[in-house]
Design a protein around this ligand. Structure first.
Ligand SMILES: Cc1cc2nc3c(=O)[nH]c(=O)nc-3n(C[C@H](O)[C@H](O)[C@H](O)COP(=O)(O)OP(=O)(O)OC[C@H]3O[C@@H](n4cnc5c(N)ncnc54)[C@H](O)[C@@H]3O)c2cc1C
Length: 428
């Protein structure tokens, strides 16, 4: 088997692929690997840009551990198999009249992979997906299966676990009643948004914006949970927007920019203008998630909300000065402070700033420059996206990293779950 991540930047040929049918079998895989001195990597859907999911020896597919296992409509709690894709989960929850409180912008990931790396959407009063986890079923290297609960000394580390503590076989999620969103998309001047980022973030339940380097405007997306009646996009408009404009035309524009980088500033201003205005209402997961077919690479950092305008201004100055041919927009999202140990938003209201580049074009210095800028603002990298930090720097920005490492020492003393990337970010 040849393994590759979504963006095609990380590949591997694991020596063996196994597919346990339940948590006990997963624990057995780990225990035998410890005995034989081998390494194990649980597989999600490979949507991380960083090499965190790279399987070097035994790759563990949790595809057989999928689907809603149990649900309680009285309290909205649902046990789901680790390998459940978000797309399937969203539909299954909808059928039960439930939904996840917040989502990112795609639904291809597995729930275990999304939780393990701290996947998030946007919403100043809301949290990332891991904050909805209330129970974790974890197969460990000692051959045991733990049912982790808040306060038990393991749960706090087992939410954003980086795949470093064991094989998650199932997760219990706190859902909310299914809800509809009114989506309002429009252009605003960049200067207006940067003059009051907090006001912008607070202007909707879920506010975000996209800024094409070299353009003066941003494309804003604001989703309101106000229960308003309204119509979804007609199917033809959905296809036109998602497939033709967002994926088809945008893919073409990127191929032109890759071939002629000096055209990128003009192409970006054109792309910014094409992202027009629209308003529609639909079920929450249909508004949050959309297809991404143009491949790209990405780095994303969480910075304190108060720092976001400075970060964007510094980035802009560098892009303008160098005419950097960066073809993908910078994306800015917001989340509330949370208590998840390795969350980017641990203990602080947060803006997530993401920089991208078309997968067919060089990143050049741009990600390094971005990292230098966010370092000045105590930036914390998204675990599933490209970054260059090692354990020493991560310890400075993540106040609970040592607590996490102590749980790792207890659950995986032999480092059966190590890969080269985890050794860099967590130590050997
Ligand atoms: C197009 C695109 C859009 C994206 N949009 C967003 C977004 O809106 N917001 C956001 O925050 N992120 C986003 N991401 C990043 C993505 O959500 C994360 O990288 C996520 O981890 C990917 O999930 P996965 O199932 O592919 O996991 P993988 O990338 O396959 O694995 C991630 C980690 O989880 C571990 N893991 C997986 N399953 C298990 C298990 N059962 N037990 C223990 N460990 C396990 C893996 O070993 C690995 O360490 C996006 C990525 C792409 C490619």
């Amino acid at each position: 088997m040849t393994w590759s991540n979504w963006s095609g930047t990380v590949t591997a040929t694991p020596r063996q692929v196994v597919a346990p049918v339940d948590a006990a079998a997963a624990a057995g895989v780990l225990a035998r690997a410890v005995d034989s001195g081998r390494k194990v990597r649980p597989l999600g859907s490979g949507h991380s840009f960083s090499p965190i999911g790279q399987p070097t020896d035994i790759a563990v597919s949790v595809a057989a551990l999928a689907g809603v296992r149990d649900h309680n409509l009285a309290n909205g709690r649902v046990w789901v198999g680790a390998g459940t894709r978000l797309s399937h989960l969203n539909r299954a929850l909808d059928t039960l009249g439930l939904a996840l409180p917040n989502l990112g912008d795609i639904d291809r990931q597995t729930i275990a992979g999304a939780v393990a790396t701290g996947t998030h959407g946007t919403g100043l009063g809301l949290f990332g997906i891991a904050a909805a986890v209330v129970g974790v079923e974890l197969a460990t290297a000692s051959g045991e299966v733990l049912r982790c609960r808040p306060g038990d000394g393991t749960f706090e580390a087992a939410r954003i676990n980086l795949g470093a503590l064991g094989i998650v076989s199932a997760l219990e999620l706190q859902t909310v009643p299914a809800f509809r969103l009114r989506a309002v998309e429009e252009q605003l001047p960049l200067a207006e948004v940067l003059a009051d980022p907090h006001g912008f973030a607070a202007s909707a339940d879920h506010a975000e914006f996209f800024w094409f380097p070299h353009a003066d405007t941003v494309a804003t997306r604001r989703n309101h949970r106000d229960g308003a009646d309204g119509d979804p996009l007609p199917r033809w408009r959905e296809v036109l927007d998602d497939e033709v404009v967002t994926n088809g035309v945008f893919g073409l524009v990127n191929r032109v920019g890759a071939a002629a980088p000096r055209l990128v500033p003009s192409l970006n201003r054109l792309s910014a203008r094409v992202m027009g205005s629209r308003t529609y209402t639909d079920r929450s997961h249909r508004v949050f998630c959309s297809p991404r077919r143009v491949r790209f690479v990405e780095s994303e950092y969480a910075v304190p909300l108060d720092a976001v305008a400075a970060v964007l201004r510094e980035l802009r100055a560098w892009y303008d000065r160098t005419r950097a041919p960066i073809q993908f927009p910078v994306e800015v999202r917001f989340v509330a402070a949370d208590d998840v140990w390795l969350s980017g938003a641990y203990g602080r209201a947060t803006a997530y700033v993401a920089v991208h580049q078309y997968a067919g074009s060089p990143v050049g210095e741009s990600f390094d420059v971005f990292e230098r800028i966010v370092a000045e603002h105590d930036g914390r990298p998204h675990w599933g996206k490209q970054h260059s930090l090692g354990v020493d720097r991560l310890r400075e920005v993540h106040p609970r990293l040592d607590d996490f490492l102590a749980v790792r020492d207890r659950l995986d003393p032999a480092r059966v779950l190590a890969n080269p990337h985890l050794e860099r970010i967590l130590g050997a």
